[in-house]
Design a protein around this ligand. Structure first.
Ligand SMILES: [Zn+2]
Length: 540
């Protein structure tokens, strides 16, 4: 092993430190000599030679010491081969960490490879830090990464498919027509396990059905059989690839994209209506413009003030009512999607989902004068089976989307890639880094539905109950009052309801809750609100 402390600290097997001094550029100059018996053996014939031909000093690159660059000076001997029949006349000494003709230590390559693969630093930056060239750093990274990525993926039960652009699309103006023509627009299709255990499973260049199918065809039959559910965006190309290669798997669509489409529809209607009404684009100061952000929000996240603002704005004329119809259509679609277990806490049955979707279609049919709403209904009906499956299984493509974000970040960090193969390697390494850190090898192939109730937002009950109480109480108050002839009979002190009367109010509230399709807990709140209205002192 090492003969002295300095050599042990330096840590290259076979080299002995003879001197260390500060270099003029702020680094450290380390002088070493060979301290290895095997280094005196001829690499061709293996004869140990004691005859020195000359002394040479080489300066191989080595890792930094405490942040400072190391200027390594290796004083080594060129020996004459003692075997007269050996074709090699002379040879220089070498150690395993610095093979013949190698000017970079193995540990420096390893460090550069680790910085790229393990820490996400681009090869160019790792090369700059190590004082080596980009090809060497990238080559070290590729040599380290390829064996890791070459391992076959474990089977997954839930597969996600998504795409991202490889770089920027390039256009050129057509000389004759003056139109823009696409020169290059390259995409990558990504495959990921939705349990998120393995990161990115693989990529393929292009985004046609054939591209995706080709990648799936490359997997083993056992791997394909293990896939139970495939989640995609609203993309018919991938749907056809999945039907072709994974005919047994259930196809679902990511519900985020369904809601996104509905929100876009509301925006489209609003823009068209505003243009029809004012003859120009909407702008700050228009009432419709003031609520455009609120229309995109979920109903349950609106405060009662915001809810009232929307109603007041849209209730004024037929233009506003057209926007309101689109907005209600969006919420009706969301009603169907909100049946998923993540929201309700229990897995819905298919009938429930289809019933609510029917109620959405029905609404759209009643407003078939709004072309955007009709288009939305047609799109949703085309994907109805996949939407219902997504609501029932509760699966989302969120894992694929998060990996897409990482893929795009990787391209930005590298200022774009010229070579698609290098891009795929870098992206794949970046998108499996987390799973390598967890070092999990086996993943579950069990199909499971996502359950677990999300906490109800604090302001959820407010607008809904208020609205329901306003609507139903005012409609029903006469009816209830008819059954409560003496509800304000107690003179002096606050009005009280008898137990029988309370029971009646509760029954009415429950019936109302069923009509409004709100849950039992909120039926109680509705009953409280009704009691509040009934026991309020009569306005004088
Ligand atoms: Zn020899």
């Amino acid at each position: 092993m090492f003969e002295d402390t300095a050599s042990a600290l330096f840590g290259v097997e076979g080299l002995q430190v003879t001197g260390v001094q500060a270099a003029p550029d702020g680094g450290i100059e380390v002088w070493v000599v060979t301290d290895c018996q095997a280094a005196a053996a001829c690499p061709d014939c293996g004869t140990v030679s004691g005859r020195v031909h000359e002394t040479v000093v080489t300066r191989p690159r080595d890792v930094r010491r405490a942040g400072a660059a190391v200027d390594l000076r290796w004083v080594k001997l060129r020996r004459k081969c003692a075997n007269g029949e050996c074709p090699r006349k002379t040879f220089t000494e070498w150690v395993p960490d610095l093979p013949p003709r190698c000017r970079i230590t193995a540990r420096l390559r390893e460090q550069a490879a680790h910085e790229v693969a393990g820490r996400g630093i681009p090869p160019a930056e790792a090369a700059r830090h190590a004082g080596i060239s980009w090809p060497v750093a990238h080559g070290a990274f590729a040599a380290a990464a390829d064996p890791v990525l070459g391992q076959p993926a474990s089977p997954v039960a839930h597969l996600g498919l998504d795409e991202h652009r490889r770089g920027r699309a390039r256009f050129a103006v057509d000389e004759r027509t003056g139109d823009y023509a696409v020169l290059a627009d390259r995409w990558h299709t990504c495959f990921s396990g939705l349990d998120g255990q393995q990161g990115l499973l693989g990529q393929v260049e292009g985004r046609t059905a054939d591209d995706a199918a080709y990648r799936l065809a490359g997997a083993t039959p056992a791997w394909r059989d293990a896939v139970r559910v495939v989640c995609i965006d609203l993309c018919s190309i991938y749907a056809s690839a999945v039907r072709r290669m994974l005919p047994h798997a259930t196809l679902t669509v990511d519900l985020f994209h369904v809601v996104q489409l509905a929100v876009k529809t509301v925006g489209d209607v609003r823009r068209r209506v505003v243009r029809a009404r004012y003859g120009r684009r909407g702008r700050c100061g228009d009432p419709e413009y003031g609520i455009k952000g609120l229309l995109a929000r979920n109903l349950e996240n609106l405060s009662s003030g915001q809810f009232t603002k929307i109603l007041d704005t849209l209730d004024r004329d037929r233009y506003g009512q057209e926007i309101a119809a689109a907005w209600i259509g969006k919420e009706k679609l969301r009603d169907a999607l909100n049946l998923r277990a993540r929201v309700t806490g229990s897995v819905p049955c298919e009938r429930q989902v289809r019933d609510r979707l029917f109620s959405f279609y029905d609404w759209c049919a009643q407003h078939d004068d709004i072309p955007e709403l009709v288009t939305l209904a047609k799109t949703v009906s085309r994907w109805e089976d996949q939407i219902a499956a997504a609501v029932i299984t509760g699966l989302t493509n969120a894992t694929s989307e998060s990996l897409n974000r990482l893929a795009k970040l990787e391209a930005k960090l590298a200022y774009g890639f010229r070579n698609p193969r290098n891009q795929r390697r870098s992206v794949r390494i970046a998108c499996t880094r987390g799973s390598r850190r967890r070092s999990r090898t086996a993943t579950s192939t069990e199909t499971r539905t996502v359950t677990g109730r999300k906490p109800i937002p604090a302001n959820f009950e407010g607008p809904l109950i208020e609205q329901a109480a306003q609507e139903s109480v005012h409609g029903l108050v006469e009816y209830v009052k008819a059954h409560l002839p003496d509800h304000h009979a107690v003179a002096g002190g606050p009005p009280q309801l008898t137990p029988d009367q309370l029971q009646l109010v509760r029954t009415v509230a429950e019936r109302e809750a069923r009509r409004l399709d709100i849950s039992g807990k909120r039926a109680g709140l509705l009953a409280d609100a009704m009691v509040g209205v009934l026991t309020a002192p009569p306005a004088s």
